[in-house]
Design a protein around this ligand. Sequence first.
Ligand SMILES: Nc1ncnc2c1ncn2[C@@H]1O[C@H](COP(=O)(O)OP(=O)(O)OP(=O)(O)O)[C@@H](O)[C@H]1O
Length: 335
Amino acid sequence: MNQTNRPPLLAVKHLGVSFQTDRGQVLAVDDVSFELQSGQVLGIAGESGCGKSVTALSLMRLLPKPVSKIQDGEILLKGQNLLDLPIKTMRKIRGKKIAMIFQEPMTALNPVHTIGRQIAECYSLHFPGMGINQKRTASLQMLVKVGIPDARQVMKKYPHQLSGGMRQRVMIGMALACEPDILIADEPTTALDVTVQAQIMDLIFQFRDTTGMAVILITHDLGLIAENCDRVIIMYAGTVAESAAVTTLFRHPFHPYTKGLLQSIPSLAQTAKAPLPTIPGNVPALYEMPVGCRFVKRCNRALMQCENHRPRLMPVSSSHFAACHLVRDGEKKLN
Ligand SMILES: Nc1ncnc2c1ncn2[C@@H]1O[C@H](COP(=O)(O)OP(=O)(O)OP(=O)(O)O)[C@@H](O)[C@H]1O
């Protein structure tokens, strides 16, 4: 699945994550593979529950214990498998090499510590030799960089004293403090109004431009992906349904699920009389996944083999992949 000749910054290979539930063990992420290059922005999209966050948390090795388990696969950062590392080494990678921001900043901010102290702690963790004054100056500079007005005063405040947009900026500042190679942004702007949303995305991309950091943007919002990403992965029920360059995916979607998703985006040309097309049915529960294609029950193009044979990602064209039997069936010639 290599999209260029360069070795990838990150290569996720055949990742499988299971959860222990009341109904037994279920596979929430199954055979997920993708690559990320330095400076690249990769979007991960798909319906709620399709495994976007579980994939992201696996990269950080922050899955909830003891209910979850990484069953299979490799997560190679510059060729080193993160799954082989002792937890102490992994702590050094978090924040320094891979940082993550969330939809709700309060999950990352400590309510009882001032903003200044929390940013300074990021430096303490990864640059133990830094003096107090150096850390204070670096924290202040970071708040200015992420567009916090009156940063000196904000350093003394507590998270609850800031607006949602400001808290999000602070969390981004903390994530970017150590100039990570990869920033994972899990629904970073969903809770914000559109103006602030655009500012936050701009901020992330300014850093990408100046540091060459790669970004994994997890979102339901295909518009956000179309505007901001280089590549995109469409996930369905814990699997990768399709993966392509953004322009390819939006112009020539292959997988029937991706086509359905794109058709269900409202457009300005939509008239009130014509109802928005939707994908019939629901995502199957994890404990009753079909043995074949996980999309089979909702697919308007299902073939005989889709019921019993799981389709693997296959090339539709160079750097465009779909997990669909129609690829082998010659459909790509029609595309
Ligand atoms: N602690 C857990 N125990 C059992 N199942 C879990 C747990 N955490 C997640 N899951 C299941 O794993 C699957 C993937 O969840 P995940 O949070 O990755 O979805 P998502 O695509 O990020 O959804 P959303 O867009 O709603 O955040 C879901 O079916 C979810 O119910």
